[in-house]
Design a protein around this ligand. Structure first.
Ligand code: FES
Length: 179
């Protein structure tokens, strides 16, 4: 990976807002938008800190933020449905239907207990954290994201590069010309 393609989190450019601006905000926070606008839209995407594409969504009274492209193959999570699996709220990637928990970024899958026993019995299992989740803070109706900057690699990091940003943008269907 070239230096241009390295993933970035909070450390590569100065914060847009420092903690001295507000006592309620984490030290490095990036303004996303007004809460009422996010609620109206349901979900918004934003390039945060000049280098990380983040999806912020509002679901069942809560704001969530995560890497925008799916850890599996870069699918556009902003177009995914939200469903409950095993009591956990998940975004379902529109590309291959992988399920990702909103709160932790875990990949969920259904495992068969014993393939020799009929009827088959399945249960939900976790693959562990696969999608990077970011912290969302609301102050007086303004919504901010603090990028998760833990050094441990998470699979969705792979799709946070200029290369994928460009490739996937080109892969988007072109809007039909207006008649
Ligand atoms: S890209 Fe998301 S499930 Fe394959």
């Amino acid at each position: 990976m070239s230096s241009k393609e390295e993933t970035c989190r909070n450390s590569l450019s100065p914060p847009l807002l420092s903690s001295s601006s507000s006592s309620s905000l984490p030290s490095v926070s990036h303004f996303i938008g007004k809460k009422e606008d996010i609620i109206k839209a349901g979900r918004v995407t934003k390039l945060v800190n000049g280098c990380r594409d983040v999806l912020v969504l509002f679901h069942q009274g809560q704001l969530h933020a995560m890497d925008m492209r799916c850890y599996h193959s870069g699918g556009a999570l902003q177009h995914g449905d939200i469903e409950e699996f095993n009591g956990r709220q998940c975004i379902v990637c529109p590309w291959h239907k992988y399920k990702i928990t909103l709160a932790e970024g875990e990949g969920l899958y259904q495992a068969v207990d014993d393939p020799t026993v009929k009827p088959l019995r399945t249960r939900w299992r976790s693959k562990g954290v696969k999608q990077r989740i970011h912290q969302v803070t609301e102050v007086n109706g303004d919504v901010y994201v603090t990028l998760d900057d833990s050094i441990e690699a998470i699979e969705s990091d792979v799709y946070q590069t200029e290369r994928y940003r460009t490739v996937l943008l080109k892969a988007q269907p072109k809007p039909k010309p207006k008649k």
